[in-house]
Design a protein around this ligand. Structure first.
Ligand SMILES: [Zn+2]
Length: 152
């Protein structure tokens, strides 16, 4: 079985198979599972942080996903904050890209994709988000600084 080099998922096709699973899940997430914009947004942030070689190449893209995840888990996740974060990123703040962690968490999109209903999906999303956030613990401090700058 192939392995996705981003998240470590064992799936046929490796990273390509992982992306296909994500795309298929996203359609189901938006049409039947997600109760709000915030949860679909969180899914994108977590998936991108687990696959930084493709989705967090620039400091700005890293900041977008890292602050999105931090906002959701550490600051209550209100949509007003997501809007402030977007406005901050659109203002092109000067950002230095920190070194990224080698591991990206043990929970993968496969754990979400197997959720049969909204309750199971919300539980899996929370586990996946927390696992990935913990993997990025070296970047919590910079994430907090970026969030403060955005919502100030
Ligand atoms: Zn993957």
């Amino acid at each position: 079985m192939d392995v996705c080099e981003g998240c470590g998922l064992r799936v046929a096709g490796g990273a390509v198979g992982c992306q296909a699973m994500f795309d298929e899940f996203r359609a189901r997430e938006m049409s039947e599972l997600a109760p709000s914009y915030a949860s679909t947004r969180l899914t994108v942030d977590v998936y991108c942080l687990q696959h930084p070689d493709r989705f967090c190449v620039s400091a700005k893209s890293l900041a977008a996903h890292l602050t999105g995840l931090g906002w959701a888990l550490e600051r209550g996740g209100g949509e007003w904050g997501l809007r402030k974060l977007q406005r901050w990123l659109d203002s092109s703040p000067k950002l230095d890209k920190p070194a990224l962690p080698a591991g990206h968490g043990a929970v993968t999109i496969a754990d979400l994709a197997s959720a049969p209903d909204t309750d199971a999906y919300m539980t899996a999303l929370d586990r996946w988000a927390r696992s990935t956030w913990t993997a990025y613990s070296e970047l919590h401090e910079i994430a907090a600084r970026w969030i403060d700058a955005a919502v100030a």
